[in-house]
Design a protein around this ligand. Structure first.
Ligand code: SF4
Length: 262
């Protein structure tokens, strides 16, 4: 399914570990770009630092590989200077929600016209597996060897609360749904935020009894719960199963946006 017109095969071999979910997310995003019919010279990919943020280097367009946490600030600048461009940001949970947390909420509040794809693997993968703002309670990381004691951010709900016009969440298992969600986000003026729960077998799985890639993907699949099902359980006063997270479209609306293409 890889989009050959967009992929820089001169950059192979890539840096991702065997079984990493990031390639799937890049593939789905490029499939959505192709579906949109965007031109390469009108599209910019922007990222911060981390495994996810290496993605623009494999794509055949202009790109900005920026400083840690600052992808959304750079992307906002690009959009203010050149609103005619399509802007896509690749980021990870550490990059987006820790060092870049303020940029995240304010980009959503301003509703800057861009598509933000967050590869949420619940860990700082590139720097050795430290806990991030989305590491689940109890999970083992190199900085939480006895289990994470803090609650995790729900990135998609945060984007909804902060004002993004389009928010969805899927996993690296749900490739068709994810591709459709990215395309729907690209069609929605304003900030589109797509969270993708994805596997990091190297620095998350092997510390958390999910050593095999297939176990990690099954874990994502079996804990994903459609928004409609969550709403039904809440309406019926039934408990949400432990560890479950919602998937699907969380919001699509038309708040005033900045930097919309003329
Ligand atoms: Fe992927 Fe984790 Fe390896 Fe980074 S460390 S490339 S996120 S598997």
């Amino acid at each position: 399914m890889i989009a050959p017109d967009w992929f820089r095969d001169d950059r192979l071999p890539h840096i991702y570990c065997t079984g990493c979910g990031n390639g799937t997310v890049i593939n789905c995003t490029l499939a959505a770009v192709e579906e949109m019919g965007w031109k390469r010279n009108e599209t910019v990919f922007i990222s911060g630092i981390g495994c996810s943020s290496r993605a623009p280097g494999y794509i055949l367009t202009d790109s900005l590989h920026t400083t840690h946490g600052r992808a959304l600030a750079f992307a906002t600048g690009v959009k203010m200077a050149r609103p005619d461009l399509h802007v896509v940001v690749f980021t990870g949970d550490g990059d987006l929600a820790a060092i870049g947390g303020n940029h995240f909420i304010h980009a959503c509040r301003r509703n800057v016209d861009m598509t933000v794809v967050c590869m949420n693997n619940h860990i700082y993968g590139m720097t050795g597996g430290q806990g991030s703002p989305t590491t689940p309670p109890g999970a083992i990381s190199t900085t939480t060897p006895y289990g994470m004691s803090e609650p995790a951010f729900d990135l998609a709900e945060l984007a909804v609360a902060a004002g993004a016009n389009y928010v969805a969440r899927w996993t690296s298992y749900h490739v068709k749904e994810l591709t459709k969600a990215v395309a729907a986000g690209m069609q929605t003026p304003g900030l589109a935020f797509i969270e993708v729960r994805t596997q990091c077998p190297t620095n998350y799985g092997r510390h958390n009894k999910l050593r095999r890639v297939s176990e990690m993907i099954e874990h994502l699949r079996s804990h994903a719960m459609l928004v409609a099902k969550r709403d039904r359980l809440v309406a019926e006063g039934k408990p949400i199963p432990e560890g479950a997270f919602t998937v699907g479209e969380l919001v699509r609306r038309s708040r005033p946006a900045m930097g919309v293409r003329p």
